[in-house]
Each structure stands twice: as C-alpha cells, then as structure tokens.
Design a protein around this ligand. Structure first.
Ligand code: NAD
Length: 251
C-alpha cells in the first residue's frame, strides 16, 4: 500500500519546479494527478509530464488553466471531477514574483502578484471544498514562503501575498476542521527552480548559502517530500500549520 493510493490530487503550476516535483512524487506514491499549466509554451512539457506520470501506473492529466482567474478555477474543478470522480488533495502551488523596491513598484506589479499568489488560493480552495465536504475528508496545501514569515527588501508584494496565504490557511483550518478537511501551508526557503535562477550562481549564491544553517539551497524534491507528508494520512492530526522547509534560514 502506497501513501497516496486511491487519492486524487490537483496540483496548480505543475509543469516545472516545485509543482513538477510534487506531481512526480505524488504519482510515485500512487496518487492520480491532475495538474495545471498556464501558458501555451508549456503545453508540450505538460503532455510529456502527463505521460511520465502515467508510466508510473497512475491516471494523470494536464489542464491549461489560469489559477488567477476565478471562472477558470471553477471550470477546472468541474472538469477534474468529471474525469476523476473526486478530489482528495489540492496543492495550491502556482506562484510568481515581480520583485521591486517599493518606490519603483507599480500598481500592476503589486496586483498581479496578489492575483496569482493569493487570490488563486481563495479561488481554488473555494471550489475544491465542495467534493471534500461531501466526502468529509480532504487535504489542502498552500505554498507560502519563508519570505512571507520574514519579509525581504525588494519583495514587499511577494511577502505580503505569502503572509496572506498563511492567514488564509489558518482560517480555513478553523472553518473546516469539523468536516475533516485539513489545510496547511509550506514555507520553503530558497529552492533551485526557475524562480530563483538569478541567485543560484556566483558570489550572491555563496552569500545566501552562508545564511542557511544547512548550507545549501533546497531541491524541488525537498519541498515535495514535505508536501507528501501533508497530503497523506501521516499528517492526519496536523492542520492550520505552516511547515518551514528552509534549511533553518528562519531561526
Ligand atoms: P517556478 O517559476 O519554477 O514555477 C511556478 C509555476 O507556477 C510554473 O509552473 C508556472 O507556470 C505556474 N504559474 C504561474 N502563474 C500561474 C497561473 N496564473 N496559473 C497557473 N499556474 C501558474 O517556481 P517554483 O519555485 O517552482 O514555485 C512554486 C511555488 O513555490 C510558488 O508559489 C513560489 O512562490 C513558491 N516558492 C518558491 C520558492 C523558491 O525559492 N523557488 C521559495 C518559496 C516559495
């Protein structure tokens, strides 16, 4: 028996980085996986990933869907329910950064980060709790960030959106705990993905690593492992929590 046998999971932003790591690990642990991507340029990657997940012996399907669009989230959940029958796990992973000093940050930059990082979590969670309430079971996992806990110069919009995710997570845990729906957040530190490409090499990388007790950046797999714990029944008594996976950066 695998940790996620007979479970259906949705993962937003699944074609690369942390989302792809989660989709791969969930499938390896027996989950059926519906994952999303947003841009046309990711379509080929999505088809390849769906095939790789299916090769692990599970049902898997890619959906082009913008997590920042409430109608798209509603349509996505309807389509996934039609195809997979239920939704046991929702990983709200899609996210962006538009870093800028406050003096230079435009309203558009601020609003886009809020739409993709925070509004999306509300839109998706609102939709997935319907089947979860019916099943009296579910696990919602929201990707926050250590920056949401600590703040960072030049990242006020990102930090505010990720702190918002933590407040939302705690509230949903309180609201839906009696229905056996759990809601937790993960606060990764620096993870080696496209999002952090600019700081992965050279002097800057060494400076950042020096501040991390474990002395290295995280891999997508490091974060996927924490997500697997929160998705599975191993965390059956864990809700409303933010699990820091930051190599000790926040201590
Ligand atoms: P990434 O840029 O590699 O991947 C982000 C994914 O989100 C991509 O698949 C992208 O297509 C998708 N996405 C973006 N906008 C979307 C939208 N509107 N609708 C649907 N999908 C959309 O970044 P990553 O590092 O894998 O980040 C994944 C999550 O982890 C994000 O929420 C990010 O904020 C968070 N995070 C990352 C780090 C890090 O150091 N990389 C640290 C803390 C938290």
């Amino acid at each position: 028996m695998k940790l996620l046998d007979n479970k259906v999971a949705i993962v937003t932003g699944g074609t690369r980085g942390i989302g792809e790591g989660i989709a791969q690990l969930f499938a390896a642990h027996g989950a059926q996986v519906a994952f999303t991507y947003v841009s046309d340029s990711s379509a080929e990657k999505a088809t390849t990933l769906a095939a790789a997940l299916q090769a692990k012996g599970v049902k898997a399907k890619a959906y082009q869907s913008n997590a920042a669009d409430p109608q798209a989230c509603e349509a996505l959940v309807t389509d996934v329910l039609k195809e997979f029958g239920t939704i046991d796990i929702c990983v709200n992973n899609a996210g962006i950064s538009k870093d800028n000093l406050l003096m230079r940050m435009t309203n558009e930059q601020w609003e886009e980060v809020m739409r993709v990082n925070l509004n999306s979590v509300f839109y998706m969670t609102k939709q997935v709790i319907r089947p979860m309430m019916k099943a009296r079971s579910g696990s919602i996992i929201n990707m926050s960030s250590v920056i949401g806990e600590m703040g960072n110069a030049g990242q006020s919009s990102y930090a505010a959106s990720k702190a918002g995710v933590i407040g939302f997570t705690k509230s949903i845990a309180k609201e839906l705990g009696s229905r056996n729906i759990r809601c937790n957040a993960i606060a990764p530190g620096f993870v080696e993905t496209d999002m952090t490409q600019y700081l992965q090499a050279g002097e800057a990388a060494e400076k950042y690593k020096a501040g991390i007790p474990l002395g290295r950046f995280a891999s997508a797999a490091d974060i996927a492992n924490v997500t697997l714990f929160l998705a599975s029944d191993l965390s059956a008594y864990v809700t409303g929590q933010t699990i820091s996976a930051c190599g000790g950066l926040n201590i």
